[in-house]
Design a protein around this ligand. Structure first.
Ligand code: NDP
Length: 273
C-alpha cells in the first residue's frame, strides 16, 4: 500500500519538497505519495490531525509552523528539543514524534558536498532564529576551533550561547564587534536576503574566508554572497544543498533508507550570478 507523507506550510506554493521526496522515492524504490498542504494559519493542529487520521505517516513542517509543530508533538528528539522547533513529524499509533534536520542537513552539505571541514575551523554564524538554533548543536559536534554567533538583537545570541554551553563554547557577538576578525566559514542564517537586505557585517570579516554559505536558496547572488565574492571568499554556496540534505535525513527517518543526494543537488542548483 502507498504510504502518505506531506509538507505543511503557509504559503506553500513555492515548496520543492514534493519533487525532492518524489525523486528519493523513485531512486530508492519506496512506494510513497508526498503532497503539499497549505495549513490554515489558525488551524495548524487540525490540519495535522486530519492528515494523520486519513492514514498519513509523516510530515515536513515549514514556515510559519515549526514552533507549533514542536508544541503539538508527544515525543521530541534531542535536536528538536534543543532547537525549540521541528521540521519533521512521524506518526506512530497515537504518538507524534518530532525531530529537526535543518542543522544536520547544513553540516552535511558543508562537510560532505562542499568539502569544507568544520573541525578546527573558525566559524561565524549570522542570525539567532530557528535555523541558527537548529544549527548550533550539529556545528558544535564537529568541534570548530571558534564558533561566534552574531545577531542584530544581541540578547537573543547571548541567550543561545548560554543554552548551548553544555555542548561547547559559543561566543555571542553584535555585528559591530566583528571588525578586525576573520573566519574560515561564514554562514548567513538570517532571513535578510529574503528581503534583499544585508546583515550589517563589516566586509573585511569575509576576507580570506574559505566558504560563505547563504541559507536562502534559489535567489542567485544575494547581497551577502556578493559581499563575500567582492571580499575574495574562496567558495560561495546557497542553501539548496541543505534543503536536499535535511529532506534526505527525514526520508531516512521515515523509510529506513537514505537516498543519494548529489545528483539531485546538482540538478537543482542555479548559478550564483
Ligand atoms: P527566523 O525568522 O527565525 O530568524 C530570522 C533571523 O534573521 C533573526 O536572527 C533576525 O535577527 C535576523 N534578521 C532578519 N532580518 C535581518 C536583517 N536585515 N539584518 C540582520 N539580521 C536580520 O528565520 P529562520 O531562522 O527560520 O530562517 C532564516 C533563514 O534561513 C530564512 O531565510 C530561511 O528561508 C532560511 N532557511 C533555509 C533552509 C534551507 O533548507 N536552505 C532551512 C531553514 C531556513 P533578530 O533576532 O535581530 O530579529
Amino acid at each position: 500500500m502507498t504510504d502518505r507523507y506531506a509538507v505543511i506550510g503557509n504559503p506553500i506554493g513555492h515548496t520543492k519538497s514534493p519533487m525532492i521526496h518524489g525523486s528519493f522515492a523513485q531512486s530508492t524504490g519506496q512506494d510513497i505519495e508526498y503532497t503539499a498542504i497549505e495549513g490554515p494559519l489558525d488551524g495548524f493542529a487540525g490540519a495535522v490531525h486530519a492528515f494523520r487520521d486519513a492514514g498519513g505517516r509523516g510530515m515536513n513542517v515549514t514556515a510559519p509552523f515549526k514552533l507549533q509543530a514542536f508544541e503539538l508533538a508527544t515525543d521530541r528528539l534531542e535536536r528538536a528539543e534543543l532547537a525549540g522547533a521541528t521540521n519533521a513529524l512521524k506518526f506512530e499509533g497515537d504518538r507524534i514524534y518530532a525531530d529537526n534536520f535543518d542543522g544536520v542537513g547544513l553540516v552535511a552539505d558543508i562537510t560532505r558536498n562542499l568539502g569544507v571541514e568544520i573541525k578546527g575551523a573558525c566559524v561565524l554564524l549570522l542570525g539567532a532564529g530557528g535555523a541558527a538554533r537548529g544549527a548550533l548543536q550539529p556545528f558544535l559536534a564537529q568541534r570548530p576551533s571558534v564558533l561566534v554567533l552574531a545577531n542584530r538583537t544581541l540578547e537573543t545570541a547571548v541567550a543561545l550561547a548560554d543554552r548551548f554551553a553544555p555542548y561547547g563554547e559559543v561566543i555571542a557577538s553584535g555585528y559591530g564587534d566583528l571588525s578586525g576578525q576573520h573566519f574560515d566559514i561564514v554562514v548567513n542564517a538570517t532571513s535578510a536576503s529574503l528581503k534583499g537586505e544585508l546583515p550589517p557585517l563589516p566586509a573585511e570579516v569575509l576576507k580570506g574566508t574559505k566558504l560563505a554559505y547563504e541559507l536562502v536558496y534559489g535567489k542567485g547572488l544575494t547581497p551577502f554572497l556578493r559581499l563575500a565574492q567582492n571580499a575574495g571568499a574562496a567558495q560561495l554556496a546557497d542553501g539548496v544543498g541543505m534543503l536536499v540534505e535535511q529532506a534526505a535525513e527525514a526520508f531516512a527517518w521515515w523509510r529506513g533508507v537514505r537516498p543519494d543526494t548529489r545528483g539531485l543537488i546538482d540538478r537543482m542548483k542555479i548559478p550564483l550570478v
